[in-house]
Design a binder for this molecule. Structure first.
Ligand code: PMP
Length: 337
């Protein structure tokens, strides 16, 4: 296995910004350059704009890190075509990496917890990558999906990208998603994004703080995902959320809290309700983690009529027709709407 150490993935060692127009592969050139959609608010509220990351080819912002990590590792001579790339993903990174591996002629193995969205994992095999389904066990179990990814990379001489520790994950967002956002929305006052690995929020936050340090950066997690707890320097408690994409209980190296002003927690019910309203009332089909971020955006917009808020919609609602958009699924889990 090729070890990815922090120096290979350092924040300083490569100065080129990413831009979708520089991508020569016509399929991969569809990554990034996503729309900023105005979200209706009342005249007494601030403005909210939704960064439509679901427009990426496999439906999420994770296409950016898949492309960015592979590109930077190639430039640094760590990987080359024909190598085996291995990644553990609960969904969206899986599709992104399968696409990039396909177009760039890499082999790819994705390990994923079995219970995750079949729509998301459907990308993996459709795009020619290998899917290794893992049981939903805790991190200390050797069958855990990240442990399995590491083991496969070791056994098959592959490269484990490890988005949960790889500094290129937030770095790609600081050089690509962040600048793209400030180009589109030069006057923004707040950026809000859901957090799992924290890569999206951390990278964008680093960029916007350099762009204008008065911009407020807010990460969003679920009440029981505990990133907010880690942010406040408290010890972990129980964590369990039905919102796919939000974090679990730990502070990860990909969470650059020094650029993040606050992490707010949203209940699963409010996240789902907000995602359903965005679709039903405004025709903007987003997933549950984006619903959580939009919920916080409304809180800010209500408090501050002058706010100009960008919300990251990490993925679209079509991956969740049989979960959060399904009344029976919600009722079975005790959600009342
Ligand atoms: N929303 C969704 C739907 C996701 O798949 C993820 C990734 N786990 C996130 C939000 C959080 O993104 P990040 O890992 O960059 O914090």
């Amino acid at each position: 296995m090729t070890e990815l150490n922090i120096s290979q993935a350092s924040r300083e060692s490569d100065s080129r910004d990413f831009h979708s127009r520089d991508i020569t592969d016509p399929v991969l050139a569809r990554i990034g350059n996503t729309s900023l959609l105005p979200y209706p608010t009342s005249p007494a509220e601030g403005n909210i704009n939704v960064k439509a990351e679901f427009e990426n080819p496999t439906g999420s912002m994770k296409d950016r890190i898949a492309f960015g990590m592979v590109t930077l590792l190639e430039k640094r001579g760590v990987i080359s075509q024909g190598d085996l790339l291995v990644e553990a993903s609960s969904g969206n990174t899986a599709g992104g990496l399968a696409l990039v591996a396909n177009r760039r002629d890499y082999d790819a193995v994705i390990t994923a917890p079995i219970e995750n969205s079949p729509q998301k994992l459907g990308y993996v095999e459709a795009l020619g990558a290998e899917l290794v389904a893992c049981p939903d066990v805790s991190a200390d179990d050797e069958r855990y999906y990240r442990t399995e990814a590491k083991r496969i990379a070791e056994e098959r001489n592959g490269v484990w990208l490890d988005q949960y520790t790889n500094q290129l994950n937030p770095e790609v967002h600081s050089r690509w998603t962040g600048p793209e956002l400030t180009d589109q929305y030069p006057d923004l006052t707040h950026v809000i994004a859901p957090m799992g690995t924290g890569g999206t929020m951390s990278g964008i936050a680093k960029w916007v703080k350099e762009y204008d340090s008065s911009i407020t950066t807010i990460g969003v997690d679920a009440i029981e995902s505990n990133i907010s707890t880690a942010f406040d320097g408290e010890t972990d408690g129980e964590h369990s959320t039905d919102v796919e994409g939000l974090g679990k209980g730990e502070k990860l190296p990909t969470m650059w809290f020094e650029y993040i002003d606050d992490v707010r927690s949203v209940s699963d019910a409010d996240s789902f309700r907000q995602a359903r309203r965005a679709a039903n009332e405004h025709g903007i089909l987003i997933g549950g983690s984006s619903g959580a971020a939009l919920f916080v955006a409304h809180e800010i917009a209500t408090q501050d009529p002058d706010s100009e808020i960008a919300v990251l919609a990490c993925d679209g609602g079509e991956q969740y027709f049989d979960t959060l958009f399904d009344d029976d699924w919600l009722a079975d889990r005790g959600y009342e709407f």
